[in-house]
Design a protein around this ligand. Structure first.
Ligand code: OAD
Length: 247
């Protein structure tokens, strides 16, 4: 049976689709995940640099860690999973991409509207005047980079215990409540509020599909769990959904 039929969905541009992504989607691009095998904390340089990063986050030590990550990501390319989501945005009239990733790979794959729950490593924010400044070049000329007001910037990334931008959060929650199909790709689903979002969508009537080589706390709630790598499984799922639309 076709996946769309199995899920009880009619695929058309009017289907309301939300995708939530985590670090696993970028792993095959070469960006380390946060937890488990092959993760960030197994890299001695990451451990060394991260130990010097900390509040108020606008220090040279923090930026050395972020410059290491920015340099790493700048050498990575989006993979077929990122491109599949960019194609979905083109096809579906009401498509929302929510990511926990700060690597910017969704935008580089062509996604135009990305709700970045945890911010972006490609921006800095001023603790003094609140300006948010794009910092696309790496390496930066000076660490820490400075705001137009002369004060040091911090990375525009949400650290543990910090609030998510309320506008981003409310757009994400609104999308969850109206989703008909919810895709959960490459997240361990242990960090909130992201981990709650698929459950909000399911409670509101969405069918949910998880793509992850490993089970997660969300697995028991899924309509379908695909045990595979995002770069293979997501383009395959997208192709399969599209083929049932044109049938
Ligand atoms: P994690 O590192 O916690 O989880 C990565 C998930 O990707 C795991 O469930 C893996 O099984 C899965 N995975 C591994 N390889 C994969 C592949 N090829 N394709 C698909 N999935 C794969 O990363 P996140 O869930 O994104 O927050 O972590 C959430 C948040 O915790 C991050 O945004 C960050 C972190 O601390 C902040 O920095 C605030």
């Amino acid at each position: 049976m076709r996946i769309a039929e199995e899920l009880g969905l009619r695929v058309s541009p009017r289907l309301r689709v939300v995708a939530l992504t985590g670090a696993g989607i970028s792993l095959e691009s070469g960006v380390p995940i946060f937890r488990g095998e092959g993760s960030m904390w197994e890299i001695p340089e990451a451990r060394r640099l991260a130990s010097r990063a900390g509040p108020p986050w606008n220090t040279r030590g923090t930026w050395e860690y972020y410059e290491w990550r920015r340099g790493l990501v700048s050498r990575c390319k989006p993979n077929p999973a990122h491109y599949a989501l960019a194609e979905m945005e083109e096809y579906f009239e009401d498509f929302c991409l929510i990511t926990q990733n700060v690597d910017g790979l969704h935008s580089r794959a062509g996604s135009r509207r990305v709700l970045e729950l945890h911010g972006s490593m490609w921006r800095g924010r001023c603790l003094e005047c609140g300006r948010v400044i794009e910092l696309p070049e790496t390496p930066l000329k000076a660490l820490p980079p400075l705001c137009a007001c002369g004060r040091p910037l911090r990375p525009d990334v949400v650290q543990f215990g910090e609030p998510i931008d309320p506008a981003v959060l409310s757009s994400a929650l609104a999308a969850c409540r109206s989703a008909e199909l919810f895709l959960v790709v490459g997240t361990s689903a242990v960090v909130y509020p992201a981990a709650q979002m698929p459950l909000i969508a399911i409670e509101s009537g969405a069918r949910a599909v998880e793509i992850n080589p490993n089970p997660t706390p969300l697995t028991p709630f899924m309509s379908l769990s695909i045990r595979g790598r995002a770069a293979e499984s997501l383009p395959r799922l997208w192709e399969e959904l599209l083929s049932s639309a044109s049938a």
